[in-house]
Design a protein around this ligand. Structure first.
Ligand SMILES: Cc1cc2nc3c(=O)[nH]c(=O)nc-3n(C[C@H](O)[C@H](O)[C@H](O)COP(=O)(O)OP(=O)(O)OC[C@H]3O[C@@H](n4cnc5c(N)ncnc54)[C@H](O)[C@@H]3O)c2cc1C
Length: 467
C-alpha cells in the first residue's frame, strides 16, 4: 500500500487543503504529521498565547481526522529529523507540505528536500495553501517583487484563484505510527485571559457569523475601535485553520462594498508575503534604511516600559496596549496608533515594538508583523514615510464616544464622552476621579519635531527635556 506523509505547519485544517488532497489521491494512506519544532522555540516564537491557540488547533484537527477514520501524529524535536523518521516508519515515498515564505521556512524546506532525497523520498511543496496568490506569481517588469501595494493589488485583483476544495470524507492512516500526546492549553501559564479559542471548527463558526452579520458593514465600520467590527479571523489565517482561498471566494460571493474592502485587506497579507519571500532579511533589517539612530539609554527604556504597560498618558494608546495584553490581539487601528507612537513620537527602534507584539499576539506573524511595523516606522513600503499619527485626533475620530478607552482604562471609566481622550484637560470632580491615570510621557509637538529632525539629519535624534 502506497503511503504519503502530510507535514502540517501553518495550515491546520481539513477543508481546502491541497497537500492532503494530493497525498491521498488514488486511495493512498496518509500520515498527517505535526512536529513541535525545536527550531521554532529556539527562535523565540513559541510564546504562551500562540502555544495555547496551537494546542486548540491540534486537538481540533485530530478530532476532525478521527471523525474520518484517521488521527493526527504529533512529534517533538528537529522538524527534518522527525519527518524523515516518520517517513521511514511508515515506508512513505513522498512528503507533502504547504509553501511558506520566511527565511526559516526556506531553510527548512531545503534541508527537508535534501534529507528526504538521501533516503530516496520526494518532497512536494504546494502553493496557495497559506496565500490566495503565490508569492512570486506576480512581479513588476524590473523587479522580483512589488514594493508598493497599489499596483500589486491591481494585479492581484485580476487573478482568478483556484477553486476551493472540500474536506475529505475519509482519511486512512497506516497502523503503528506512534504519536506523542497532544498539547493542552490548560497546561500552559502566562496565557492572556481573553484569548480566543483555536481550531478549524471555531474558525468556520466565526467565518459563518462574519459573513452573515459583519461583512456588509465592514467598509464603514472597520476603523471603529469601540465597535469591534472587524472579522477577528487573523489568528485563524495565521494558523491556517481557515483557507485564504476559500475565504476570498466566500467573501467575493457575498458581494458589496464590505466585501470589496475586506478582500483588499486579504491582499495586504499576500503583499507582505511576496515582499518577505523576496527579501527574507526584512524580518529583522530595514527594508529601506532611513539611517535612523534610534533612541537608547535610560530615558528611552522608561518610555518603552510605559508603552508596554499602557501607561503613556495617551488614553487611546494605553487602551490598545492593554487590549493586547488581555486578549493577545489588538484592533488594527490600535496597532497603527501604538506603532506610530513608539517609532515616531518616541523615536524607538521598530524592532523593540515588533518583538513585544510577537511576544503577545495570537496572530503574531513574521511577514505581517515585521512588515507592518516597518510600514508604520517609515522603513518599509509606505509611500508616505514621514506621516505621524496624532493619538488625540485619532482617538476622537475612531473612538468618538470614548467607549474603547473606558473599556480598557478603568482609571478613566468615570469620564464621559470624548473628553476621555485628553484627561489632562479635565477639571474638578472629573480630574479627581482620573487621578490614578498618568500624565503624558511626551509632548506630542516635541515628539513630532524630534522625529522630523532625526529623519532630516539622517537619523540623529533631538534631545527632549522632560518636565
Ligand atoms: C504594527 C502592526 C503589526 C501587525 N501585526 C500583525 C501580525 O502579526 N499578524 C497579522 O495577522 N496581522 C498583523 N497586522 C495587520 C492587522 O492589524 C491585523 O491583521 C488585523 O488587525 C487582524 O484583525 P482582523 O482579523 O479582525 O482583521 P480584518 O480587518 O477583519 O481583516 C481581515 C484579514 O485581512 C488581513 N489584514 C488586514 N489588515 C492587514 C494588514 N495591514 N497587513 C496584513 N494583513 C492584513 C488579516 O489577515 C485579517 O485577518 C499588524 C498591523 C500593524 C499596523
Amino acid at each position: 500500500m502506497a503511503v504519503s506523509v502530510v507535514l502540517y505547519t501553518a495550515d491546520l485544517r481539513l477543508h481546502d487543503h491541497p497537500p492532503l488532497r494530493a497525498a491521498s489521491a488514488g486511495g493512498r494512506q496518509v500520515v498527517p504529521l505535526f512536529v513541535r519544532d525545536r527550531g521554532v522555540s529556539d527562535a523565540g516564537f513559541a510564546v504562551p498565547n500562540r502555544l495555547a491557540f496551537l494546542a486548540d488547533c491540534l486537538r481540533d484537527l485530530d478530532a476532525g481526522l478521527r471523525e474520518r477514520g484517521g488521527h493526527l501524529v504529533v512529534r517533538c524535536g528537529d522538524v527534518v529529523e522527525e519527518v524523515c523518521r516518520v517517513a521511514a516508519e511508515a515506508d512513505a515515498d513522498e512528503v507533502h507540505m504547504a509553501a511558506d515564505v520566511s527565511g526559516y521556512a526556506n531553510r527548512r524546506e531545503r534541508r527537508l528536500r535534501r534529507a528526504l532525497a538521501a533516503d530516496g523520498r520526494q518532497l512536494r511543496v504546494h502553493d496557495t495553501v497559506t496565500t490566495v496568490v503565490a508569492p512570486g506569481a506576480l512581479t513588476p517588469a524590473a523587479s522580483d517583487h512589488f514594493a508598493v501595494f497599489t499596483p500589486y493589488f491591481r494585479h492581484w485583483s485580476a487573478q482568478q484563484p483556484r477553486d476551493a476544495l472540500g474536506a475529505p470524507r475519509s482519511v486512512r492512516v497506516p497502523d503503528g505510527i506512534a504519536s506523542e500526546r497532544l498539547p493542552s492549553r490548560a497546561a500552559l501559564s502566562g496565557v492572556s485571559a481573553g484569548l480566543a479559542v483555536g481550531g478549524e471548527a471555531a474558525a468556520r463558526k466565526r467565518l459563518g457569523a462574519w459573513l452573515r452579520s459583519g461583512l456588509a458593514q465592514y467598509a464603514e465600520r472597520h476603523d471603529d475601535l469601540a465597535g469591534d467590527a472587524t472579522s477577528r479571523l487573523s489568528p485563524h489565517l495565521h494558523f491556517g485553520t481557515l483557507s485564504p482561498v476559500e475565504l476570498a471566494h466566500r467573501v467575493r460571493g457575498a458581494g458589496g462594498s464590505g466585501a470589496e474592502a475586506f478582500v483588499r485587506q486579504l491582499a495586504w497579507r499576500d503583499f507582505h508575503r511576496q515582499v518577505l519571500a523576496a527579501r527574507p532579511a526584512a524580518a529583522g533589517a530595514d527594508y529601506r534604511t532611513r539611517h535612523d539612530r534610534w533612541r537608547s539609554g535610560r530615558a528611552a527604556e522608561e518610555d518603552v516600559e510605559a508603552w508596554r504597560a499602557g501607561r503613556t498618558g495617551y488614553p487611546v494608546i494605553d487602551a490598545a496596549m492593554r487590549q493586547l495584553r488581555h486578549e493577545g490581539w489588538m484592533h488594527n487601528r490600535g496597532r497603527l496608533l501604538t506603532a506610530s507612537f513608539l517609532t515616531k513620537t518616541l523615536y524607538i527602534d521598530w524592532r523593540v515594538g515588533a518583538r513585544h507584539f510577537l511576544d503577545l499576539l495570537v496572530d503574531g506573524d513574521v511577514a505581517d508583523n515585521q512588515l507592518n511595523w516597518q510600514w508604520v516606522a517609515g522603513t518599509g513600503t509606505d509611500t508616505r514615510p514621514g506621516r505621524v499619527l496624532n493619538p488625540v485626533a485619532q482617538g476622537r475620530r475612531h473612538d468618538p464616544g470614548g467607549a474603547y478607552v473606558r473599556r480598557w482604562v478603568p482609571e478613566l471609566a468615570g469620564v464621559a464622552g470624548a473628553a476621555v481622550h485628553e484627561p489632562w484637560k479635565l477639571r474638578g470632580a472629573d480630574r479627581a476621579g482620573a487621578s490614578a491615570y498618568p500624565d503624558p510621557i511626551v509632548d506630542l509637538a516635541d515628539g513630532r519635531a524630534r522625529f522630523a529632525q532625526a529623519r532630516s539629519q539622517g537619523g540623529t535624534a533631538l534631545h527632549i527635556n522632560k518636565k
